[in-house]
Design a protein around this ligand. Structure first.
Ligand code: SF4
Length: 320
């Protein structure tokens, strides 16, 4: 059972991605980012569903079989024709029931067990295939744990998707800490306040809608909290464009208009424009804003998750 622990951020991962030799051919697909960088900040929980259902390694490869249309029920078949669908499904259900303490999950792309999307489904007639499937194990995780941020190893090579995924892991952990302490109306309002600019960057309408949801917490706090976190995680899943970051940076710039002298104001505005035009990474204006925040402290800004959504050592804002 992977219980929640506020001191540890636990992230599930397909076993082959941390270098375990559990693939059908006896190999692995070690992810450099997960093992060398992410693992320094979270505890990775590796699992191989195919090994767990007793298939062993090396083993005949598995494939999904169906009609090839999106959203259909498919089966997972070994090269020998054995149907392992139920075994994988049952294992997915069993593990999902133990995963309430996880804050994210990294999955091996294209796998008929672990793949998150676009897994090949072979037509039952034996002719052709279509990339429309979801791995059988992962489909169960998605059903049971809709809030859990999921991402595939290949997609983590994209700077924007990588930063987005890690942001969501830390946000969900933050929320799990709040629930662990005991949910209160005040805690919920304070949480929303800290996420103001991060939410505005990801999805401005969600910031307003979630604010309205929390406007009256005189009743149904638990139900509202559930709707709130579902809305927050869904908004954060949307990657942020340079234009949207620029808009938030300009809002933050406004907090310093009385403190900075004209040359400093121009420098900050110029840095934001250079970021908007693709000449500088997001880290540049954020660093300058943090510098001014140190000089001119502001409690409201200092608590904004937007300025520190994940550990700086991960260098996630260098490439976006
Ligand atoms: S993709 Fe999943 S099932 Fe396949 S080897 Fe990796 S962990 Fe095991």
């Amino acid at each position: 059972m992977y219980k929640f622990d506020p001191q540890i951020i636990r992230v599930g991962i397909s076993g082959c991605l941390i270098g375990q030799k559990v693939r059908f051919d006896g190999g692995h697909k070690r992810s450099d980012f997960c093992t060398n960088q992410l693992a320094k900040h979270v505890e990775l929980v590796p699992l191989c569903p195919e090994m767990a259902i007793g298939l062993g390694t090396p083993r005949p490869s598995i494939r999904l079989v169906g009609q090839g249309s999106e959203g259909e029920e498919v089966i997972a078949q070994t090269a020998k024709g054995d149907d392992v669908t139920e075994a994988l499904r049952d294992y997915g259900k069993k593990m999902a029931a133990q995963f309430s303490g996880l804050s994210g999950y990294v999955l091996c792309a294209k796998s008929p067990s672990c793949g998150m999307e676009r897994v090949r489904v072979y037509h039952e007639s034996g002719k052709g295939n279509a990339k429309v499937g979801v791995g059988i194990y992962t489909a169960e995780l998605m059903k049971a744990l809709p809030l859990l941020p999921l991402e595939e190893d290949g997609r983590l090579n994209d700077d924007i998707l990588r930063e987005n995924f890690v942001t969501r892991i830390f946000a969900l952990h933050d929320w799990q800490c709040l629930c662990h302490e005991g949910l209160t109306s005040g805690g919920l309002i304070a949480f929303h306040s800290r996420y103001k600019y991060l939410l505005m960057a990801h999805h401005r309408d969600s910031y307003q809608a979630l604010g309205k949801l929390l406007a009256d917490l005189s009743s149904d706090v638990e139900a509202k909290a559930e709707a709130y976190i579902a809305g927050l995680m869904s908004a954060l899943a949307k990657p942020v464009t340079r234009k949207e970051h620029t808009n938030v940076l300009q809002h933050l710039q406004g907090y310093f208009k009385r403190d900075l002298h004209s040359r400093q104001r121009q420098e900050l505005a110029h840095t934001i424009h250079q970021y908007r035009d693709g000449m500088l990474p997001l880290l540049a204006p954020i660093t300058l804003l943090r510098h001014y925040l140190n000089e001119f402290p502001n409690d409201y800004l200092q608590q904004q998750v937007y300025l520190n959504p994940h550990p700086e050592a991960l260098r996630l804002r260098y490439g976006i």
